[in-house]
Design a protein around this ligand. Structure first.
Ligand SMILES: O=C(O)CCC(=O)C(=O)O
Ligand SMILES: [Fe+2]
Length: 342
């Protein structure tokens, strides 16, 4: 669990309004960059919110019909409805909302959300214009991507804490991918769907930590699958917190050390984290489907159909269902019993 004192949020933070040459210089130095107001909230974010409202409505009606929920709670606002549903059912809701498969235990009916609004976010021209400034015009949408809707952390039983339901421990994104990704220029794009604040659990980063090596990652606890960088291996920089508004994008280098704070507010904290890399470079999760999101050289290779994107994931689920994850590479390069973790 992230136990640091509240980090600085203001002075020296790499936060810009325009992705110009000075901003790119800043990005290269700091290993992270917040660019404000890149997305069009109405066109990019509102459709995602509407799509998830419909998904939650369906889930609540199903759970109600199954007798798990006293009411479908159709009159509650989204966050309160989710809290109520989870409080009563104890369901692993993070599985129903994510648009990637889990890293083990895939079945033919493992839930996954593959709606068109998510695809339109992954391929938003405003988002891809910014990505192009950082990694060039030949862009693959890397299959390591998630949405995280975190209810107030006090409502989540501790044994259910993980990076989708509660604060995220310190890590580098390169550390949760296979070594095939080490030389790939994978860019993380983190964006708030609802405002992210220090109180509700925004991201925190260690500036310039990307200039070091990949740090050793250890299991958060023997009972949990999650990985983290123990304090002794963290870069010595002071962490900065990155409150963000819908429309802002945070870019991170694959070795930038980052974590997120606990949601101590009374409502949800909702984000998406996406990744992109240049065409032809390994994604780090070869069993999962990547697609060409933009290409100047081969525009005909660009995937534009949300239905085809959904099908890629459904085909993957079918192929991996019932196959033990160690047979299709369990995205984890770290040994459980490494002396470095003692
Ligand atoms: O949103 C979070 O809590 C974690 C996000 C993260 O680690 C990432 O975007 O790489
Ligand atoms: Fe991360």
């Amino acid at each position: 669990m992230v136990t640091l004192e509240r980090p600085e949020t203001g002075i020296g933070v790499a936060r810009v309004q325009k992705l110009d040459a000075a901003a790119l210089e800043r990005w290269r130095e700091e290993g992270y960059l917040v660019v404000e107001g890149v997305l069009d909230v109405e066109r990019d974010i509102t459709p995602v919110v509407r799509e998830y409202e419909r998904l939650l409505d369906e889930l609540c009606r199903t759970w109600h019909a199954q007798g798990k929920l006293a009411s479908p709670y159709a009159d509650l606002p989204f966050g309160k409805r989710l809290s109520r549903a989870l409080g009563e059912t104890g369901e692993k809701y993070e599985r129903y909302i994510d648009f990637a498969l889990p890293q083990s235990g895939i079945r033919e009916d493992t839930p996954i959300h593959l709606g068109p609004a998510v695809f339109h976010m992954l391929t938003s021209p405003r988002l891809l214009d910014a990505v192009e400034r950082l990694i060039g015009p030949e862009i693959v949408c890397n299959p390591i991507h998630h949405t995280r809707i975190k209810v107030p952390q006090r409502e989540v039983p501790e044994e259910r804490w993980n990076s989708h339901t509660a604060a995220t421990d310190w890590h580098q994104d390169q550390g949760v991918a296979l070594p095939e990704q080490d030389e790939s220029n994978v860019l993380t794009v983190w964006l708030p769907v609802t405002e992210a604040t220090v109180e509700n659990g925004c991201l925190i980063v260690l500036p310039r930590s990307h200039t070091g090596e990949l740090a050793h990652h250890c299991l958060v606890s023997p009972a949990k699958k999650g990985l983290h960088i123990p304090d002794k291996y963290l870069a010595p920089e002071q962490p900065v917190a990155l409150p963000m508004k819908p429309g802002d994008l945070l870019f991170m280098h694959r070795r930038t050390m980052h974590a997120s704070l606990a949601n101590e507010s009374g409502d949800i904290r909702w984000s998406m984290d996406l990744r992109y890399n240049p065409i032809g470079e390994p994604t780090g999760r070869p069993a999962f489907p990547a697609f060409v999101a933009r290409s100047k050289a081969h525009p005909e290779r660009v995937l534009r159909d949300p239905g085809k994107w959904a099908q890629l994931w459904l085909d993957t689920r079918k192929k991996l269902a019932g196959v033990p994850s160690d047979q299709w590479s369990p995205f984890n390069r770290w040994s459980k019993d490494s002396e470095l973790c003692a």
